[in-house]
Design a protein around this ligand. Structure first.
Ligand SMILES: CCN(C(=O)c1cnc(C)nc1NCc1ccco1)[C@H]1CCCNC1
Length: 339
C-alpha cells in the first residue's frame, strides 16, 4: 500500500463481507482492540474490564483495564449510545489511543453494558466513530478531530477500501490523510455533504434496471462505513425485493433463488450528477452452508424517523464497489471505482 502522505495505512480484516475492522491500541503499555471505523457515529467505545458478568458479549471480546495503564486519566461521566438493536452503556475514561501509528490523548467510553444482540456476533471489540463532532455523544472531540489538530496529516481527509475477495489480503484499508492509488481506478467524483456535520449527501433517485423507482423527488443518502448493508425505507425496499423476486426471512433479511442470480437487475444510486451502479455480484452474498447455496440480498428495510429520516444508508457492500474518500476540509465525499 503506497500512500503519499507519510502515515501508515491501517489494514482491515474482512469478516464475511459484513464486518470490516482494524486494530488500534489504548493505554501504556498498549492494550490492543479491533474496532469498526464507523462514519455513522462519532464516539470511540470498547468493552470495559469492569463490564458486568451479566453481559456475555463483554467476555468474548478484548476489554480495557484502566488499572493496567500508566497513562489512564479518570473521568467517570456516564455514556450511552443508541443502536437499532439496543443501547450500549458505560462511563468515560481518557488515555493514549494509537490509530494508524498516530497517538492522541482521547476521551472514550469504557462499556459496562454490551447487549448480546448484536454484539455477540461482532468479530470486533468496539467502534471508533469517524463522524463529525456535532454527532458525538457527551460533546467529546472525536479521534479524527484530535488527529487533525496535530497537523500531522498532509490533507484533512481519510479513505476507506473494503475488499470483497475473501482471499484478498488485507480485507480492506483505512488511510488517514490521503488516498491509496493501489485500490482504485479512474478518477474520483465528489459531492458536498448536504448537511455540514454528517457524512450524508443528496441522492437524486434509485433506479432498478433502467427504471427510476425510488427517491424520485430526491432524498438523503448516509455513507456509513460501519453498516454492513444498504438500507432504505422499508416500503421502498420491500417493493425492490418483490421486483427482484426475493423472499423475506424472519429477521428482516432477504434471499433469492441462486439459479436466478445472474438474471437480476442492477440497482443504481444517482449521487452528485453521477450514477453508482451495483450489479447482482455487488448486492448478492453467495454462501454455501452445509452443501447448499444460500443467496442473501444485502439490502435491508430500515425506517429512520423524521427529521433524520427517511434515508437510504449506503454501507459496506456499496463501499466495496466504490472506494470512498471522506474530506473534512472541503466537507465532501468522493467515490472512485474500487479495484
Ligand atoms: C457498528 C454498529 N453498526 C452496525 O451496523 C453493526 C451492528 N452490529 C454488528 C455486529 N455489526 C455492525 N456493523 C459491522 C460492520 C463493520 C463494517 C461495516 O459493517 C452501525 C450502527 C449505526 C452507525 N453505523 C454503524
Amino acid at each position: 500500500p503506497s500512500t503519499s502522505n507519510g502515515t501508515t495505512p491501517t489494514p482491515l480484516t474482512n469478516y464475511l463481507d459484513a464486518q470490516y475492522y482494524g486494530e488500534i491500541s489504548i493505554g501504556s503499555p498498549a492494550q490492543m482492540f479491533n474496532v469498526v471505523f464507523d462514519t455513522g457515529s462519532a464516539n470511540l467505545w470498547v468493552p470495559s474490564y469492569n463490564c458486568s458478568p451479566l453481559y456475555t458479549a463483554c467476555f468474548t471480546h478484548n476489554r480495557y483495564d484502566a488499572s493496567k495503564s500508566r497513562t489512564h486519566i479518570e473521568n467517570g461521566t456516564g455514556f450511552s449510545i443508541q443502536y437499532a438493536s439496543g443501547n450500549v452503556r458505560g462511563f468515560l475514561s481518557e488515555d493514549v489511543v494509537v490509530v494508524g501509528g498516530i497517538p492522541v490523548v482521547q476521551v472514550f467510553a469504557e462499556v459496562t453494558a454490551l447487549p448480546a444482540i448484536p454484539f455477540i456476533f461482532a468479530k470486533f471489540d468496539g467502534v471508533l466513530g469517524m463522524g463529525y463532532p456535532n454527532v458525538a455523544i457527551d460533546g467529546i472531540t472525536p479521534v479524527f478531530d484530535r488527529i487533525m489538530s496535530q497537523h500531522v496529516l498532509k490533507e484533512d481527509v481519510f479513505s476507506v477500501y473494503y475488499s470483497k475477495d475473501p482471499m484478498h489480503k488485507p480485507g480492506g484499508e483505512l488511510v488517514l490523510g490521503g488516498i491509496d492509488p493501489d485500490y482504485y481506478t479512474g478518477t474520483f467524483n465528489y459531492m458536498g455533504t448536504h448537511k455540514a456535520g454528517k457524512w450524508e449527501v443528496n441522492m437524486k433517485g434509485v433506479s432498478v434496471g433502467e427504471e427510476m423507482l425510488f427517491c424520485k423527488e430526491g432524498c438523503t443518502a448516509v455513507i456509513d462505513t460501519g453498516s454492513s448493508y444498504i438500507t432504505g425505507p422499508a416500503s421502498s425496499v420491500s417493493v425492490l425485493m418483490k421486483t427482484i423476486g426475493a423472499t423475506e426471512l424472519a429477521e428482516g433479511g432477504y434471499t433469492v433463488n441462486c439459479d436466478l442470480v445472474k438474471s437480476l437487475p442492477s440497482v443504481t444510486f444517482h449521487l452528485g450528477g453521477h450514477e453508482y451502479t451495483l450489479t447482482e455480484e455487488d448486492y448478492i452474498l453467495w454462501q454455501s452452508q452445509f452443501g447448499e447455496d444460500i443467496c442473501s440480498v444485502t439490502f435491508r428495510g430500515l425506517d429512520v424517523p423524521p427529521p433524520t429520516g427517511p434515508i437510504w444508508i449506503l454501507g459496506a457492500n456499496f463501499i466495496a464497489r466504490y472506494y470512498t474518500e471522506f474530506d473534512r476540509r472541503k466537507n465532501r465525499i468522493g467515490f472512485a471505482t474500487a479495484v
